[in-house]
Design a protein. Structure first.
Length: 338
């Protein structure tokens, strides 16, 4: 009888222990890829914050930027696993909405990181750089750096994907407005009629794509002298394409990211200026928000006057211009990631 009692008590203890483990708040992080330094740093920030708060973090990523199907499958897995919330950087910001709604209907809080959904209120909250402002800053800087020559610029636009996710549209349109070009429909890129725009091509946000897209645009006009790039890996690829024809020193390249390799490329003169964003902060705040939702049922609030929580942006350049606030590469290096 004593042995039976001890066995029963031990069994109850095991059940209680399992229940405590089951009570651990689970969060999911779903990024576009697991290779881009931006998303690597995002995962680091989310992992560290989850460990600090005693949470379980499950991470998923697409095979490449644009891998929508893998992200949908990840959302379904998170729902089935009983997660309390999802942090999502969507590859296809409109097609992902039904899967996001399925998660929200199941009681999960869904927070978009970096890339707003379309519409933005399809997620419970968005923690992001002001991507339009990020583009606007590099556009203003490029126009000021060129001075009178901006009126005759030949601009190559290296965008993200043909699906036109919101992050790509916002940066593209911000750059054009900052440069002084009238926008068409601000909710998409490629419909402007300014003769200075030689064309748009897509990069998938990586170096190989940036090189290929730059080669395509140079085939249209080999005298392009300003290049907007969606991010710094694409900028690195564009530079290599220009270098292959001996034009690496007479073309102005601007970008967005602020990763350590990108800031170094600004220091080295590969990129003229970049807008720095802060993925670790986005992810850390997102994990905290999921914990608060699990504990208190409270969703995060946006920055006053905006429809998202603004995690900040700074222009990084060693060639400052009047009228555009910036930091130099030394400060950018202190704040960079990757």
């Amino acid at each position: 009888m004593k042995k039976l009692l001890l066995t029963t008590i031990a069994g109850v203890g095991l059940i209680a222990g399992a229940a405590q483990a089951d009570d651990k708040v689970t969060a999911c992080l779903i990024t576009k890829t697991d290779t881009n330094p931006f998303f690597v740093k995002m995962k680091e920030g989310a992992t560290a914050k989850a460990e600090e708060l005693g949470m379980e973090l499950k991470s998923f990523a697409g095979k490449i930027d644009g891998d929508h199907e893998t992200q949908v499958a990840a959302i379904e897995t998170c729902i089935a696993d009983g997660a309390k919330g999802i942090l999502l950087t969507a590859s296809d910001t409109s097609s992902i909405v039904p899967a996001v709604q399925q998660a929200r209907d199941a009681g999960l809080v869904v927070i978009a990181l970096d890339t707003p959904l379309s519409p933005i209120d399809a997620a419970d909250a968005t923690f992001a750089t002001d991507n339009f402002l990020a583009g606007e800053l590099i556009g203003q800087w490029a126009a000021a750096a060129l001075g009178e020559d901006a009126a005759d610029a030949k601009i190559g636009m290296l965008d993200l994907a043909v699906s036109q996710p919101t992050v790509g549209v916002l940066r593209d349109q911000g750059f054009l407005q900052g440069f002084g070009i009238d926008l068409g429909d601000p909710n998409k890129w490629g419909d402007e009629d300014d003769a200075r725009i030689i064309g748009n091509d897509v990069t998938a946000g990586n170096e190989e794509g940036g090189r290929r897209a730059m080669e395509n645009l140079l085939a249209k006009d080999p005298m392009i002298n300003v290049v907007y790039t969606i991010n710094e890996p694409a900028a690195a690829g564009a530079y290599e394409a220009l270098k292959s024809i001996g034009r690496e020193n007479d073309v102005l390249i601007v970008s967005v990211d602020g990763g350590c390799p990108g800031v170094q490329n600004v220091k080295d003169g590969v990129i003229g200026a970049t807008s720095q964003q802060y993925p670790l902060m986005m992810a850390s705040l997102g994990v905290e928000a999921i914990k608060k939702w699990a504990d208190e049922g409270v969703k995060p609030e946006p920055t006053p006057g905006k429809d998202f929580f603004d995690t900040g942006v700074a222009l990084v350049t060693d060639k400052p211009v009047d009228g555009v606030d910036s930091i130099d590469t030394d400060e950018g290096t202190n704040l960079c990631w990757g």
